[in-house]
Design a protein around this ligand. Structure first.
Ligand code: GLN
Length: 454
């Protein structure tokens, strides 16, 4: 943990002089915020997001606003209206995906232009780019970090996250941000936070590490599987216990996520009509351009293809003809995913009064779960271009379950084995992202475990 530091000007704070990159869907009063969308071109917020204010108070320097997939919708940072984010790595001369949607944040940390970065994680957007760029990416429990001033994608899933080059650096950022904010209605109140500190007192050592068997899918590449096994065996030889666990609803998580997130997005994005924010197509409603009302023309021009696809998908899922079959079913799956997790963790879910516990089933729970962050190493941009958008949703298969349940999760880069490193070229990614998940509110246990495998 970083102690209090003093800047040259006498400013006191844990992050004095630290250069922090901010994902461009988090508002700043001194620089424009566009969420990488043309519809917010030229928009500057009159205020700073709470998380930005907290960093400034800790003495940090906001060094840059960095690019994302438009409104956070994507896994490869290729859809920003100002242009795609590049990866620091290549494979046989081919550009690789930096991951998304916080690709700009991961890049800034990987190339050391920033000491740390803020990202947002709705279904994996901090963890996936961290894995693909070889840095650490942490998504805290939902509601711990303020969302005030964070441009919404899907409110019930959106979480601010931190990226840095080490778990200790991530932790020192997180400690500055982990506070209740009265301006965010989903910010966890003091009563719940108090219940959660119990986990701090009982920090488990040695750990019981759950290995969810459903994550061992046939699509896992051998580099990922081998690194996962290597990490688990390292923990076992250090005296921790490995426990196979079942999370049967995992398989349905991805489909549920891609119904719920677009549904919330279609509602959130309704406010971008060219009247209240950002860009407006020239013309007026008295003389509608090409026969379309002004807001329709503005939205048609302002939103990119993927955002338009999500709005349509979401509006359909919420329509009276589809809501029962899609939205309601997806909500039910979300509840089952949460219940699966509650059954395997040793700590009770502090949000649910009568939460299921493993003891109730006669079993002993686990402290953390360890899985890969993604099934494969980063794909090349050329490979992505061959895929349909639905195929590209597959990259989130291991990150969305924690998002649906609001759990803390971190991606830690684990170096590839010497044998694997020899078989790849020098510019290729040298690590695999391994993900650690914990029960809601046990963020400290997740960070503790992350330091062990780092
Ligand atoms: N790739 C996922 C999506 O497109 C997750 C994005 C995110 O976490 N912001 O929705």
């Amino acid at each position: 943990m970083l102690g209090v530091r003093f800047g040259e000007d006498g400013i006191k704070g844990a992050l004095v002089g630290r250069r922090i990159a901010i994902k461009d869907n988090i508002v700043t009063a001194d620089q424009p915020t566009t969420a990488s969308s043309r519809i917010l071109e030229g928009y500057t917020s009159p205020f700073d997001a709470t998380v930005v204010t907290q960093l400034r108070h800790a003495g940090a320097v906001i060094s840059s606003k960095v690019s994302l997939d438009e409104f956070g919708m994507g896994s490869h940072s290729q859809t920003a209206y100002e242009g795609a984010v590049g990866s620091p790595f290549t494979r046989n001369g081919e550009a690789l995906s930096p991951g998304g949607s916080s690709g700009g944040s991961a890049m800034a940390v990987a190339d050391k232009s920033a000491w740390a970065a803020l990202g947002t994680d709705t279904g994996g957007s901090v963890r996936l780019p961290a894995a693909y760029c070889g840095v650490v990416g942490f998504k805290p429990s939902y509601g711990r970090l303020s969302r005030w001033g964070v441009i919404q994608y899907a409110n019930s899933l959106d979480t601010v996250g931190v990226l840095a080059n080490s778990v200790a650096d991530v932790e020192s950022m997180y400690q500055q941000l982990d506070h209740h904010d009265a301006r965010d209605p989903t910010s966890l109140p003091a009563t719940v936070r108090k219940r959660m500190t119990i986990s701090k007192i009982a920090q488990p050592a040695p750990l019981r590490v759950g290995v969810p068997l459903e994550y061992n899918i046939s699509e896992l590449t051998s580099a990922v599987r081998d690194t996962w096994i290597f990490t688990l065996s390292l923990l076992q030889s250090a005296g921790h216990t490995l426990v196979p666990v079942f999370l049967p609803t995992t398989r349905q998580s991805l489909s549920a996520y891609y119904v719920l997130a677009p549904a919330e997005a279609s509602s959130n994005l309704a406010k971008y009509d060219g009247i209240r924010y950002g860009r407006r197509t020239p013309g007026n409603d008295a003389s509608p351009a090409e026969g379309l009302p002004l807001y329709a023309k503005t939205r048609g021009e302002g939103f990119g293809e993927e955002v338009r696809r999500r709005i349509l998908l979401g509006a359909y899922a919420l329509s009276s003809e589809a809501i029962d079959n899609y939205f309601i079913q997806a909500q039910k799956v979300r509840r089952l995913v949460q219940r699966d997790f509650d059954r395997v963790f040793s700590t009770k879910n502090p949000l649910i009064e009568h939460a299921a516990t493993p003891e109730a089933d006669g079993a002993v729970g686990v402290d953390v779960l360890i899985t890969p962050t993604a099934p494969t190493l980063p794909p090349t941009i050329a490979e992505l271009k061959q895929q349909t958008s639905v195929e590209s949703y597959m990259f989130d298969v291991f990150t969305v379950p924690a998002s649906l349940a609001g759990l803390p999760a971190i991606s830690v880069p684990i170096p590839l084995s010497a044998a694997l490193r020899e078989s790849i070229d020098k510019q290729d990614v040298r690590s695999v992202g391994i993900q650690i998940l914990g029960q809601f509110g046990t963020d400290d246990v997740v960070l503790h475990a992350a330091k062990m495998i780092e």
